[in-house]
Design a protein around this ligand. Sequence first.
Ligand SMILES: Nc1ncnc2c1ncn2[C@@H]1O[C@H](COP(=O)(O)OP(=O)(O)OP(=O)(O)O)[C@@H](O)[C@H]1O
Ligand SMILES: [Mg+2]
Length: 295
Amino acid sequence: MKNFVCDFGFSSAKWIFGNRKGRVISVYQDRSDGETLIGEDALDNPGGVAYIRTPQHLVKYYPLFLEKCLDEAGVHDEVKVGVGLPVQFYEEQVRAKEGAIAVLGRTLLSKRVKDVLILPQGIGGIRSYLIDAGRNKAGLVLGIDIGFNTIIYTLYDPQRSKVVFTDTLYKRGISQLAANYLMPKIADFTSGLSMTPVELSRLMEQGYITVGTDRHDLIPEIRTASQEYINNILAEIMEDVKANISITRPLETIVFFGGGATHLKGKICSDTVDVIVLPQPEYANARGFLSFLEG
Ligand SMILES: Nc1ncnc2c1ncn2[C@@H]1O[C@H](COP(=O)(O)OP(=O)(O)OP(=O)(O)O)[C@@H](O)[C@H]1O
Ligand SMILES: [Mg+2]
């Protein structure tokens, strides 16, 4: 059986199959005829879309998004699937008897899906680094997954293959950057337009806004907003991390990933710690999950 990975987050589901990969935007539309449209199909259909807002929502809609990803990847045969959940939610649910892990283990099975492995987001990215460029790292690694609605940070000890400490911050990441740091800077162009956070994050990806016939470049504002945001968020995270690092085992590497990390390239440096932004950071968790599947 071939392996398939689907890492479903609050802004998109990332899939990897062989050497191909893709994203399905995390919006849906429940139609009155009982059918649910997923991703671009929902966006293209009049009637408005709904967003994924909570981890419980992720669990409920995971089967539909997984099947959509399998369709987009052109999967016809049976596959073994790896999927991710925010690490803190994952840990709470692993302990619960009828928790999300048990539920997904059943609901994700289908004509094509014959085996399911559920994995914690945040650690996937660290794994993808340690099997690749970080092969020889022995000191502590801090992984920071900057998502759309979450920031997950994980302190990992490669020598002991152990998570020292991890935390999931909700309502952080690109949604917060866009709403609190970017929006005030571009209010001249956007006042009067109603925009959802997911639309704002698309705007950030595209780097410009069209209002009527005018096109405004947003790159300078995005740069400044990202710099301000990362300074603040990093200070907050480091306060927490410091308490978990011993003087004898210093932090050696900080690895950024998650789609939000694309906005950080060249913005962070340190004399004492290696700071790395993983390539194609939005797929880093998914790449790590694939390596877990491959054993
Ligand atoms: N290649 C890219 N270029 C620019 N921005 C990107 C890219 N990929 C993703 N992003 C943006 O980065 C943000 C985070 O993307 P990511 O896919 O990591 O979020 P998510 O996993 O869906 O969210 P969460 O982790 O909170 O569940 C989104 O706002 C997305 O628009
Ligand atoms: Mg994510």
